[in-house]
Design a protein around this ligand. Structure first.
Ligand code: NAD
Length: 509
């Protein structure tokens, strides 16, 4: 059906045959170097493309269309034309479409995972986990689609009756990052389609091929043309972003990415007063109190939270605060675990951690390490680039003796660097935790039930993990406070981000 999607360029064809640079997919037609607009795979009108590279090897994976605003305008028009019909589709029919899309993601899970590892670098096992998590949003929202109930409200005006209905907001512009190439997209598209919205999704320039494979599965699932559009761009992204956030036909913008880009998109979206959701950066505190019941569980919680995806998750522990009574023992056991990590390409057997996404990310990790050591922290393990593996590899690092004046205390590292901060009292650590301008996730380990409630309520974050380092779950609302943004994804709340409430008042009853 898509002859061009079976490695379309000569260069990509050659790459496909080179072992170690290109995984063999069971279904090669899921590797697509195009953009998806109005139910068709297209190139940029200009013919321009941008290159995508494997972060582990630096080798070219392929190219994608460098769409400009005139191309993206077509995607917005397609979504706009598809909306009137799609919004009136029965919730149960939209549910069936999402369910088919979910089934196709699960049937093609191995290929999707390979694409994620290839372009993002995370170990294949983690990529498989991401595919399950990503697909779960289609399954979950297929169940929510038929249940967008309104209310019957006792009126306060005699003779009146009031009801509410929930309606889809309209065309949605969705912009997502590379760190979860599949899940960040499905976490937005699932609820948008369940609500009856149509979408234009701008995929990340580092990881467009996972997005394109998901788009192809939408096509196979029978999602009507124009309902989902996937656009690709690299250098044109600021202009494309401006078009999406200022276009009068786009009624909602949902963005996941850095706080800085969120600020730009927020200003732009204000011009047409759009409904918006911002899922922005974090700088999660991870606190271990002396009264922790199971120190090994706390160590594993910190390991999982800090080092998953080489520290490139928005909810990953950035500041690990350990109370004085358990500090030394926690540090010892934590370091032992980190020493066992095996760094390498995501497809290699036995590796536990892959590269970071690009050299800039490795540089940032190193900058945080150097800043900390220049202010008195000690490197216990790591602390340098793994140059033998390539420019994008950074040794998993543990620093002790951290203090609040260090860069890592105030900035998201987004890399495999763990800083351990000693503390004395609960009040001191809650103040330190809340000192950040952002507030996405926070974690703590304690066996004292009164403290558990006190601290969970006091932390200025959108999500708290108590005695666990893993909090992502389709059933649980995901989102932040302060400069981590607002809006919630997943759970029963996620669909509301894509709906408006209309009240209807009946007089003279
Ligand atoms: P980023 O903000 O640089 O990019 C995110 C997306 O925005 C990409 O698709 C990029 O192409 C696009 N973009 C960049 N500039 C744009 C512009 N001017 N107009 C329109 N689009 C633009 O972030 P990143 O480095 O790709 O991702 C890492 C960041 O994302 C981290 O800060 C992380 O914490 C955050 N994040 C947050 C969540 C969450 O749920 N809160 C989840 C994952 C990642």
């Amino acid at each position: 059906r898509y002859p061009f999607s079976i490695p379309p360029t000569a260069r990509a064809q050659r790459l496909y045959s080179m072992k170690h640079s290109a995984p063999q997919l069971k279904d090669q037609s899921l590797f697509i170097e195009k953009a998806y607009i109005n139910g068709e795979w297209v190139d940029a009108k200009s013919g321009e493309t941008f290159e995508v590279h494997d972060p582990a090897t630096g080798k070219l994976i392929g190219t994608c269309p460098e769409l400009d605003t005139s191309d993206v305008e077509k995607a917005i028009q397609a979504a706009s034309e598809a909306f009137p019909k799609f919004r009136t589709t029965l919730g149960r029919e939209r549910a069936r479409m999402l369910r088919r899309w979910y089934d196709l993601m699960m049937e093609n899970a191995d290929d999707l995972a390979k694409l994620i590892t290839w372009e993002n670098g995370k170990p294949l096992a983690d990529a498989k986990g991401e595919v399950n998590y990503a697909a779960s949003f289609f399954e979950w929202f297929s169940e929510e689609a038929p249940r967008t109930y309104g209310d019957t409200i006792p009126a306060s005006v005699p003779g009146n009756r009031v009801i509410t209905v929930k309606q889809p907001v309209g065309v949605c512009g969705l912009i997502t990052p590379w760190n979860f190439p599949a899940a960040m997209i499905t976490r937005k598209i699932g609820p948008a389609l369940a609500a009856g919205c149509t979408v234009v999704a701008k995929s990340p320039q580092e990881t467009p091929f996972t997005a394109n494979a998901i788009a192809e599965l939408a096509h196979r699932a029978g999602i009507p043309k124009g309902v989902v559009n996937f656009v690709t761009s690299s250098k044109n992204t600021p202009a494309v972003g401006e078009l999406i956030t200022t276009h009068p036909e786009v009624r909602k913008v949902s963005f996941t990415g850095s706080t800085n880009v969120g600020r730009i998109l927020g200003k732009q979206s204000a011009s047409t007063i759009k409904k918006v959701s911002w899922e922005l950066g974090g700088n999660a505190p991870f606190i271990v109190f002396d009264d922790v019941e199971d120190l090994d569980a706390a160590v594993m919680g910190a390991i999982n939270s800090k080092f998953r995806s080489s520290g490139q998750t928005c909810v990953c522990a950035n500041r690990i605060y350990v109370q004085e009574g358990v500090y030394e023992e926690f540090a010892k056991r934590f370091v032992e675990k980190v020493k066992d990590f095996k760094l390498g390409g995501g497809f290699e057997d036995g590796i536990t951690h892959g590269p970071v996404i690009h050299e800039r990310a490795a540089n940032k990790a190193h900058e945080h390490v150097q800043d900390a050591t220049s202010r008195g922290a000690q490197i216990v393990v790591g602390g340098q680039r793994a140059t033998a593996l390539g420019p994008n590899f950074y040794h998993p690092t543990v620093l002790t003796g951290m203090t609040k004046d260090m860069l890592l205390a105030s900035e998201e590292t987004f890399g495999p660097v763990a800083g351990l901060f000693p503390f004395k009292t609960e009040k001191e650590v809650v103040d330190l935790a809340n000192h950040a301008e952002v507030g996405l996730a926070g974690y703590f380990f304690s066996g004292n039930v009164r403290r558990i409630f006190r601290v969970a309520e006091a932390l200025e974050v959108g999500m708290v993990g108590v005695n666990t380092g893993l909090i992502s779950d389709v059933a649980s609302p995901f989102g932040g406070v302060k400069q981590s943004g607002f809006g919630r994804e997943g759970s029963k709340y996620g669909i509301d981000e894509f709906m408006t409430i209309k009240s209807i008042t009946f007089g003279g009853m």
